[in-house]
Design a binder for this molecule. Structure first.
Ligand code: ZN
Ligand code: ZN
Length: 606
């Protein structure tokens, strides 16, 4: 259930959840098209009756989907907000027993309606939508009844982001947004009262996270909203009323923080998810063709392979950078030393954005020359300095409006280094050195996230947009990096490959780490050893990763899983097509199914 929100919250290369700038328009067209189609169909129903069952089923399924998504977003207003639909901004769901029972009933109801369709009679894209809806509904029931993180995760209660999103929204005037927030604020104290009643055996690290994140939310209530009220054109009475409600909401958040600070439960849940829940969560969140264990085994093998390749490359580069200096006594030391030297080749802080901008047309040119896939020249990407509210989140990220928003542009946000200490700047630029920066651009933009987004918008499906598969999206971006290098991007420089392997190793080791910590009791000491010794990370990065794996589960596997599934699929198709295999066809066909789980794309393509 949290998938969508996690995607936007977890800060690595936030792709949000891929949306088209023209989505709202496309979606409306589709609704209208469906309606016309249905009417036409009913006029001539007798002609078709026995000859074309699948048209019948798909038309009915389209109607079902359109209705379903409307009621779903009403039932789960937070999803509406993240999708850019603002109809429910003035309300707030109260997470009490009644609402959970209600949600479960909703899910069971719609599962019944969904199951009335026969999967075999639907077209390929609808088959995938069927699976996505089914997965979503089952996941809701499972997370309430089995996972029960509403009991042990106090950080799942935090209204800050919703309020901040509405306040900074572009969908309507500031005055209207503030009025909505004023109404929404009324529900905040009941929201936190319900939260306190829910909490049972909280995980300690999540209790602390809840305290710090809710403290972070106070800024929105104590500063951003009052400041915005001041500059708004609301009447004095309206201003006072919104301020009063906001003050009550602020007090409710502070009460929750104080309650958490003093709450010492007799018993706590372990932060490790445990084998059974982990496998189930992996099933719902990743929707992989592998089991969690099978993916882990793949990752172990991949780690060994990458280490071998990195050692070869580092030795090859040794003389270029160190002449006749004696080789260190282990492969690991040689690799580390060469990587360290490559990191020193980086841009100047003030040229960082310009360097990125300059690279994008080069990527386009390379893809066209090598005929790797079709790039729509009518959909340029706008590079901009990272807006203040996302500062410090990621080096670069794609942001695109939700399916219900009609904003014109998709942006490539580039982090600014303004105000950073010289030391921080240097360490950041070393991380995003000249080689890494190109990989980042491939991943985030072309042919990575941005290109995938353009493709997925060609066959718009509101279901795939809202319940889209994060592992496919991330997997495509990682696969895209390898595909570019395989075709000679960067002149096949060993430096480029070595830096890429380090990057790839990160997602491989994230998978090993996540599985080991949550199902195999891996200690912090062993975790840091894995990240520092095997993945060539700095201590600080490794510490950060440990923190992340103790407050999340499964999400860290999504990159590598998607990548490995795509590689396996491509291998199978290569084998089947032999000499006739066309990379361009493979790439385009793969992308034509939107942000669907690779498992289902594979079933169709094979
Ligand atoms: Zn430097
Ligand atoms: Zn990504």
């Amino acid at each position: 259930m949290k998938t969508l929100i996690q995607l936007t919250l977890i800060g690595i290369g936030i792709y949000g959840f891929a949306k088209s700038q023209n989505y709202a328009a496309n979606y409306n067209h589709r609704l209208i098209d469906t309606k016309i189609f249905t009417e036409k169909y009913h006029q001539s129903i007798s002609d078709f009756k026995n000859s074309n069952k699948s048209i019948d089923a798909d038309a009915e399924f389209d109607n079902f989907k359109n209705n379903f998504i409307k009621v779903f977003l009403k039932q789960f207003p937070q999803y509406a907000l993240y999708s850019g639909l603002h109809d429910y901004d003035a309300t707030l769901g109260i997470p009490d027993t009644k609402s959970r029972e209600n949600d479960i009933q909703f899910a069971k109801n719609y599962l019944k309606k969904l199951n009335a369709f026969s999967l075999n009679q639907l077209n390929d894209l609808n088959k995938i939508d069927y699976h996505l809806i089914e997965n979503q509904l089952n996941q809701i029931i499972w997370s309430y009844n089995e996972l029960k993180d509403w009991q042990w995760n106090p950080s799942s209660y935090n209204v800050g982001e919703q309020f901040a999103m509405i306040l900074s929204g572009q969908h309507t005037s500031l005055e209207n947004r503030l009025k909505d927030l004023g109404k929404k604020a009324i529900f905040v104290s009941n929201y936190y009262e319900a939260a306190k009643k829910n909490i049972d055996k909280p995980v300690e690290v999540l209790q602390n996270l809840a305290i710090s994140q809710n403290k972070g939310s106070l800024e929105t209530f104590e500063k951003s909203i009052p400041d915005s009220i001041k500059v708004s054109k609301l009447s004095e009475t309206e201003k006072q009323s919104i301020l009063k409600n906001t003050a009550l909401a602020t007090q409710a958040i502070k009460n929750y923080i104080a309650w958490l600070e003093s709450y010492k439960p007799a018993e706590r849940r372990d932060f490790r998810l445990g084998e059974k829940l982990y496998q189930q969560k992996f099933g719902f969140d990743i929707q992989s063709s592998f089991s969690a264990k099978a993916l882990y085994d793949y990752a172990l093998k991949r780690k060994i392979f990458i280490h071998g390749e990195m050692a070869k490359l580092a030795k090859q580069l040794w003389t270029k950078y160190y002449g006749n200096a004696p080789l260190p006594d282990s492969d690991q030391k040689i690799i580390r030393k060469v990587l360290d030297t490559l990191s020193s080749q980086h841009s100047k802080p003030e040229e960082f954005q310009a360097t990125i901008e300059k690279q994008l047309p080069e990527l386009v040119k390379f893809i066209n020359e090598k005929n790797l896939l079709y790039l729509d020249p009518n959909k340029p990407l706008v590079v901009r300095k990272e807006p203040a509210y996302m500062a410090g989140v990621a080096g670069a990220s794609i942001s695109s409006p939700g399916p219900f928003e009609s904003n014109a542009n998709t942006y490539y946000n580039v982090g600014s280094l303004e105000g950073w200490s010289a030391e921080d700047k240097e360490s950041y630029l070393r991380e995003y050195n000249n080689y890494m920066l190109q990989i980042l651009n491939i991943h985030e933009a072309i042919p990575g996230h941005y290109t995938q987004l353009v493709y997925s918008n060609k066959s718009p499906s509101i279901i795939k947009s809202i319940f889209g598969n994060g592992s496919m999206v991330e997997g495509w971006a990682v696969y895209g990096e390898q595909m570019m290098l395989e075709n000679g991007y960067g002149n096949n420089a060993p430096e480029m490959w070595l830096v890429w392997y380090k990057w790839n190793l990160r997602s491989v080791c994230n998978t090993i780490l996540d599985y080991s910590v949550h199902t195999q009791n891996m200690s912090k000491e062993d975790a840091l050893k894995l990240l520092i010794d095997d993945a060539f990370q700095e201590k600080q990065e490794a510490e950060g990763k440990w923190r992340r794996v103790s407050v999340t589960s499964v999400q860290l596997t999504s990159y590598y899983n998607g990548y490995q599934e795509i590689i396996n699929l491509r291998d199978k198709i290569k084998e089947r097509n032999g000499k006739n295999f066309s990379l361009k066809n493979f790439n385009e066909k793969f992308l034509s199914y939107g942000s669907s789980p690779v498992k289902y794309i594979s079933q169709i393509m094979l």
